[in-house]
Design a protein around this ligand. Structure first.
Ligand code: ADP
Ligand code: TZD
Ligand code: MG
Length: 566
């Protein structure tokens, strides 16, 4: 609270955030929220100032994923607000809790479209992209606005919430006694959802009858932080499991029951598939198509009731939170009825051995020019020794090879392009992860992907964060060797500057730059950079011909059959 007797909206926002344990703000300052950022710092909150709101929003979103508290992103009106919206929408799509708080212009002028400074009807613009959108019109409603935003962000499937604070509400004064009374603390904003006993019994029946069961762990299971229950369920049932990319490390990737190395085999063969916090969206081919057995039955644990039957019939839905659902299942399976047949486990193991052998050969092959295997082999070794390091990963080939090659050994350490396959999360996620954990972060970035948030290396250096960025520079989007099919001198649409020295960018801000062209020098640079604990960027020259168009999702890439394809 502020000066005796009277306070204002600025102070109330800070008081409301503090009362609810929200102590870090990621944002970009300007009218009308500059004083809010300043005051946050003065009142002991952490304020991290970015170069672009999208990265601030991405940092808030990943902080929400990692901590189960909504990350706060603070933006200025209209353009700043819109810059943050991509991150807010991405958070909603991925199920990450965050709150974008934005200052806004005078409603009386905005609503009559009289041309105010940075005029935009922000709340209504935000609504279709957010899980919820609220506007506070009176300072005495700031407290309720903040708790409503918290409940909306955290309850059920988490998501991005928009909270609009017009400039006039921030500067309005009110009496301290009334202000104090207006504050609220959200109690149990992410309550447990205990599933119905019938749903548990039904699932046990379906699983007990299975001959070739499979478990798929999604990032909902990582978010739930029910790590012990997940492990207990997988290990007591002995069912092979597949982690989706951000669920990697929930159990270590070298766990004997991991079926990652036999992915397409288990999809095609499984007769019962149990989804734990994973949607049957495009990332799983909607559970349909040639990959999947049409006869497979599904069991699904999800906190969102409307997720059930979204793509394929779910024989045994369990609507509840993963921790509670797995406790109930473990209890109901005490007699050990759920148990896969030995022949299935043997078949999965055989296929795994075969594929791991092929992977080993690829990793060991020493190509003349460094390719994705050569560079990622180095990172794979480093993470095996330092499982505490967070891995951020975006790109196309850089992402797809990175996910398959770099094993994870601890939960919630892999943060990537997620449900949208979006580019631009890199530096925001790295900064968010480093800020909430204080742990080192290694961002594995395609050269195109890096460009979307690259200016945040100044933020990384300014806050002296322990972030090492490896730019996989193959000179383009997917590849660097495409030619202009019209024969002109302009570069082809996918081409970027392969000879660019991204390492020199970070040197401008006092960070350490490295330029490497082979796995051995990459190994030295990476070890050195991580040991220093300081910001660093390693420009990794990758063979421009090493990647494939669209990485591993070529099936989604439409092609013209009429134009010249060469
Ligand atoms: P992935 O991309 O890893 O496959 P998705 O984001 O598609 O994962 O799916 C995550 C699912 O997890 C969402 O449907 C979401 O509703 C669900 N979820 C999130 N948190 C929980 C929780 N605590 N308990 C149960 N389900 C959850
Ligand atoms: N814009 C946004 C916001 N997201 C996207 N996913 C894209 C554009 C399209 N896109 C991809 O899907 S991957 C990618 C783009 C531009 C970049 C791939 O190039 P890269 O990785 O250098 O990052 P590789 O290793 O060269 O494949
Ligand atoms: Mg590239």
């Amino acid at each position: 609270m502020a000066r005796s007797g009277v306070t204002d909206g600025f102070h109330l926002v800070i008081d409301a955030l503090k009362l609810n344990g929200l102590e870090t703000i990621y944002g970009v300052a300007g009218i009308p929220i500059t004083d809010l950022a300043r005051l946050a710092q003065a009142e002991g909150l952490r304020y991290v100032g970015f170069r672009h709101e999208q990265s601030a929003g991405n940092a808030a979103a990943i902080a929400g994923f990692l901590t189960r508290k909504p990350g706060i992103c603070l933006t200025v009106s209209a353009p700043g607000f819109l810059n943050g919206m991509v991150a807010l929408a991405n958070a909603t799509v991925n199920g990450f809790p965050m709150i974008q708080i934005s200052g806004s212009s005078d409603r009386a002028i905005v609503d009559l479209q009289q041309g105010d400074y940075e005029e935009l009807d922000q709340m209504n613009a935000a609504r279709p992209y957010a899980k919820a959108a609220y506007r506070v019109n009176r300072p005495q409603d700031i407290g309720v606005g903040v708790v409503r935003a918290i409940h909306a962000a955290l309850s059920g499937r988490p998501g991005g919430v928009y909270l609009d604070l017009p400039a006039g509400v921030l500067s309005a004064t009110l009496d301290t006694a009334a202000a104090e009374q207006s504050l609220m603390k959200a109690i149990d904003p992410a309550p447990r959802h205990i599933p119905s006993p019938e749903s548990i019994q039904r699932a046990i029946e379906v699983l007990a009858a299975a001959e070739r069961p499979l478990i798929i762990l999604g990032k909902g299971a990582a978010y739930a932080q029910a790590d012990e229950s997940v492990r207990a369920w997988i290990e007591t049932t002995r069912i092979p499991y597949l982690p989706m990319s951000m669920a990697k490390g929930l159990l270590p990737d070298n766990h004997p029951q991991s079926a990652s190395a036999a992915r397409s085999f288990v999809f095609g063969q499984a007769d019962v598939v149990m989804l734990i916090g994973a949607r049957l969206n495009w990332l799983l081919a909607h559970g349909k198509g040639s990959q999947w057995s049409p006869a497979a039955k599904f069991v699904q644990i999800d906190i969102a009731p409307t997720e059930i039957d979204s793509n394929r019939p779910i024989a045994a839905p369990i609507v509840g939170d993963i921790g509670s659902a797995l406790s109930c299942l473990l209890e109901a399976n005490q007699l050990g009825r759920v148990e896969p047949r030995a022949a299935w486990l043997d078949a999965v193991a055989a296929r795994k051995r075969q594929n791991l052998e092929r992977m080993r050969a690829n990793l060991e092959a020493n190509a003349a020019a460094m390719n994705f295997y050569g560079a990622l082999r180095v990172i794979r070794g480093v993470i095996a020794e330092r499982p505490d390091i967070y891995v951020v990963n975006e790109g196309a080939n850089t992402l797809d090879f990175g996910r398959n090659i770099v094993d994870m050994y601890a939960p919630r350490k892999r943060l990537d392009s997620g449900t949208w396959g979006v580019m631009g999360i890199g530096m925001g996620y790295a900064i968010g992860a480093a800020t909430v954990s204080g742990k080192p972060v290694l961002a594995i970035e395609g050269d195109s992907a890096f460009g979307f948030s690259g200016m945040e290396i100044e933020t990384i250096c300014r806050y002296r964060l322990p972030i090492v960025i490896a730019v996989f520079n193959n000179g383009g989007i997917y590849r660097g060797d495409e030619v202009n099919r019209g024969g002109g001198s302009d570069p082809a649409p996918t081409v970027l500057m392969g000879n660019a020295r991204y390492d020199k960018l970070i040197e401008a801000f006092g960070g350490a730059g490295y330029h490497v062209t082979d796995p051995a020098s990459f190994q030295t640079a990476l070890t050195d950079a991580l040991a220093s604990g300081k910001p660093a960027l390693i420009n990794c020259a990758i063979d421009p011909a090493a990647g494939t168009e669209s990485g591993h999702i070529q099936n989604l890439n439409p092609k013209s059959s009429l134009s010249r394809q060469d």
